[in-house]
Design a protein around this ligand. Structure first.
Ligand code: PMP
Length: 421
């Protein structure tokens, strides 16, 4: 047998196998908890043109002013290249942090000091930093049931116990939250934070009702549980009244996470966290330890874009586009779905959550959906237990209206057959 340190003998495959076996014992316990996202699993399928993919929640970027962005990027290199290509502050540029305050003011979060903002590599990185700063293995975090798969994977990687809290069509149920906290406390749980996506939840599309927001915040304050408010879709409301984020009224208890991914472009990988002053230093240092600083060039490009382009108009364009796609999907669902299938009617965001009769496992329908030419994400992906689920997520953001209709039309008989069986 060849040794990994000694000279290699045997076939290349044998050597590779032995090397992998020897290295296995070197992995951390954490590495065993790092999972592939179910969304990423089916991502490849969205590239097959014969399939209609209602799986991925990609933003639709065709309406972006690419010429203008290209000119801005070129100017940036030519005129400010030495700064744009250099390391910067670990918390992000002062200019962009000030502009982020203006962006958040649109949603009713006012009076934020830019020095409470940490710019991150997408808001995904802010979730990771929050776990790093607050969670020891075995700690508990609370979340909506269902919730964002990317956050579940982050929690899992930090070896925390993730407790889903019941929701209904108005979002997280305050009484269920209170009751679960009491049960968990009785069980000795160390609860660190509630992770919530109050607007147009991924995957459910549901929005937390205004009157529940303060009720939930008060429960968390009384129980000394922080709130991690994840709001990447908040500005993409296309119907109904805007509801203030929890951060607006509870600045000392909420870590708020925002992102340019859905209001501009995800490839820039720029998000942010607003962190209460008393925890800011630790949060910022943890962020800095991972990335040194967020991408300077991308931050400066976004600053130029916010100064030199009608960004509010761009968001309005996105809203109109997604509103039309959401309507197309709802119309198709109304027309084609069997009666025993129900679904949410989102007021914004990218997703519709479909519920089949109990006892059907949507994971088992995935292959049948693909055979019929349509892809979706099975509901189990959005639960920390991975338990079989009779629900599934449809995304309408990246698909033109006619294709959405075709996708739903292909999906309906697959669901009808499963119900009839
Ligand atoms: N939170 C939610 C609810 C999301 O849906 C996503 C992306 N799909 C993220 C966070 C991560 O976004 P970002 O691109 O800012 O990392």
């Amino acid at each position: 047998m060849s040794s990994i340190t000694g000279p290699a003998t045997g076939s290349e495959t044998e050597i590779a196998f032995e090397r992998a076996a020897a290295h296995e014992s070197l992995f951390s316990e954490r590495a065993a908890h790092i999972k592939q996202s179910a969304v990423r699993d089916v991502f490849e399928l969205s590239l097959d043109p014969s399939l209609v993919s209602l799986a991925g929640g990609n933003p639709y970027l065709q309406s972006l002013p690419l010429d203008k962005l290209a000119a801005m990027a070129s100017e940036l290199i030519t005129n400010e290249g030495m700064t744009a290509l250099q390391y910067g502050s670990g918390a992000g540029t002062q200019e962009l942090r000030a502009q982020i305050c203006e962006v958040m003011a649109e949603e009713g979060i006012t009076g934020v000091d830019p020095d409470n903002i940490v710019i991150t590599t997408g808001s995904q990185a802010a979730q990771d930093v929050a776990c790093k700063v607050f969670c020891n293995p075995g700690d508990t975090v609370l979340c909506e049931d269902p919730t964002y798969v990317g956050a579940l994977n982050t929690f899992e990687a930090y070896q925390v116990r993730t407790e889903p809290i019941a929701t209904d069509e108005h979002g997280l149920i305050p009484a269920a939250l209170g009751q679960r906290i009491s049960e968990l406390r009785a069980d000795g749980a160390r609860i660190k934070f509630l992770y919530t996506i109050p607007n147009f939840n991924n995957p459910s599309g549901i929005t937390l009702a205004a009157e529940r927001r303060s009720e939930i915040a008060e429960i968390c304050v009384a129980e000394n549980i922080l709130i991690l408010e994840d709001n990447p879709y908040g500005m993409l409301r296309y119907t109904g009244e805007h509801i203030k984020p929890l951060r607006a009224d509870y600045p000392d208890h909420v870590i708020y996470m925002g992102s340019f991914s859905k209001i501009l472009a995800p490839g820039l990988r720029i998000g942010w966290a607003v962190v209460p002053t008393h925890m800011y230093r630790r949060f910022y240092l943890a962020a800095e330890a991972v990335t040194l600083c967020p991408a300077t060039f991308n931050q400066m490009l976004i600053s130029k874009y916010l100064k030199g382009h009608d960004w509010r108009g761009q968001i309005q364009t996105y809203r109109e586009l997604y509103a039309a796609r959401c309507s197309a999907m709802l119309e198709a669902l109304d027309e084609f779905m069997p009666e025993t299938v129900s679904y949410t009617r989102p007021e914004g965001g990218f997703f519709i959550w479909v519920t089949l009769p109990e006892g059907i496992d949507t994971y088992e329908l995935l292959a049948k959906g693909i055979e019929a030419g349509v892809v979706f994400i099975p509901g189990a992906a959005f639960s920390p237990s991975d338990a079989p689920s009779n629900q599934l997520r449809l995304a309408f953001s990246a698909v033109p209206e006619e294709k959405i209709r075709e996708g739903v039309k292909r999906l309906a008989p697959v669901l009808a057959r499963a119900i009839a069986e």
